[in-house]
Ligand binder design. Structure first.
Ligand SMILES: Cc1cc2nc3c(=O)[nH]c(=O)nc-3n(C[C@H](O)[C@H](O)[C@H](O)COP(=O)(O)O)c2cc1C
Length: 357
């Protein structure tokens, strides 16, 4: 298996949901970057389970132990490894799914891929828990980017079928990202939050789950990052964003709506403003020809409904190779969209740092 990503910056992700620990090694960090550990904790807390009525009750502290590459408050420039111990595991909840494969999850393909040797407990290496080390690495990248004036913010654009505003209507700028950063569950139109929450709670009551859309903005990127083909900014971002479990679609700028526009509408006209080149609309999401054009990079990801649901579902028993049914016990979010927000921001930060290095 290959758990390594990167170009200038290289990530190696490891661990299983119910194993001893999960973690990440980051290669290629510049030396002498001062790390704000409290800011890292803050990002980790945004993704952590066990907060409020929408997330699972698995009580993990997600405290990161930095075991290398960090000395006297700064990066040393050698590989930096962060480890997060698993504490609140209830592996017996998963005895049932050892052979009764969860529809929508990685159980069946994983069994084939690893010949039945995979640690299936808690979803093993397929678990959304593996996004915690990504948030840790992303928190480091955000700090480096902040030193270069770049900032990132995402929000819940839609959850359980309830829309909550979009950067296409309310363009992303510093004031908007400041506002979002103050919210536990960031939404552009906060009046919509109770409806979104209600939709998730209704699904949970029905022993079901729902998905949604996370929209993200990267501000103050210099123009000229990226390449026209295999290393376009879209390609670099896509590889990381599609690595997030449950992300099934991705769109940049006006995305699929561009297919229905005329060129006169889709083209973002250029203007000079205070000595800088800007565009007066941003349908292309800050990227043209695979390269940043200096406007905010805007994209959104679709997150599918949590696969593990309590309702009876058709499946097969892999031990007997017979049709059977499955009712999943255990602790699962009825919707993972709120917890995906910091993960999306982290992947964006890592991709951008990699491009800028
Ligand atoms: C933060 C996060 C938490 C997740 N929590 C759960 C969960 O509690 N139960 C579950 O079945 N899937 C959960 N998932 C989704 C699965 O890991 C994912 O759907 C599965 O690995 C199959 O991969 P795919 O959806 O990308 O095809 C979570 C994903 C993320 C990003």
């Amino acid at each position: 298996m290959n758990g390594i990503w990167g170009n200038k910056l290289e990530l190696s992700l490891f661990g299983e949901s119910h194993g001893t620990a999960i973690g990440i090694t980051i290669h290629g960090l510049p030396s002498g970057v001062v790390l704000d550990l409290e800011a890292i904790d803050h990002q980790m807390a945004r993704r952590r389970p066990g907060q409020g009525k929408l997330t699972t009750s698995r009580g993990e502290t997600d405290q990161v132990e930095i075991v290398s590459g960090f000395f006297e408050g700064k990066t040393t420039g050698t590989p930096l490894t962060g480890i997060i111990r698993n504490r609140d595991t209830r592996s017996e909840d998963y005895d049932d799914v050892r052979n009764r494969l969860r529809p929508g999850h990685g159980d069946y393909p994983g069994k084939i891929r690893y010949g039945g040797h995979e640690d299936f407990r808690g979803g093993g290496h397929f678990s959304g828990r593996l996004t915690a080390p990504l948030v840790f690495a992303g928190a480091l990248a955000r700090q480096w980017l902040a030193g270069h004036g770049v900032r990132i913010g995402a929000h819940i654009q839609e959850m359980g079928g309830v829309p909550g505003g979009t950067f296409l209507k309310e363009p992303a700028n510093d004031a908007v990202l400041d506002r979002l950063s103050q919210m536990t569950w960031p939404v552009l139109d906060k009046e919509r939050w109770p409806l979104m929450e209600e939709s998730v709670l209704n699904a949970r009551q029905d022993l079901d789950s729902v998905g949604g859309i996370v929209e993200c903005a990267v501000l103050h990127l210099p123009p000229g990052l990226g390449d026209p083909f295999f290393h376009s900014v879209e390609s670099r971002l896509s590889q990381l964003l599609y690595s997030i479990p449950a992300v099934k679609a991705l769109a940049f700028g006006s995305g699929f709506d561009l297919a229905r526009m005329r060129g006169s509408e889709a083209n973002d006209p250029y203007r000079m403003r205070d000595g800088a080149v800007v565009t007066t609309s941003n349908h292309n999401g800050g990227i043209t020809g695979g390269i940043t054009n200096g406007m905010p990079v805007i994209f959104r990801v679709a997150v599918k409904p949590t696969p593990s649901i309590g309702r009876p579902q058709d499946t097969i028993d892999y031990a007997t190779m017979k049709d059977t049914q499955l009712e999943i016990r255990g602790r699962h979010d009825p919707c993972i969209v709120p917890r995906v927000v910091p993960v999306v921001e982290s992947c964006a930060a890592l991709a951008m740092m990699d491009l800028m290095l």
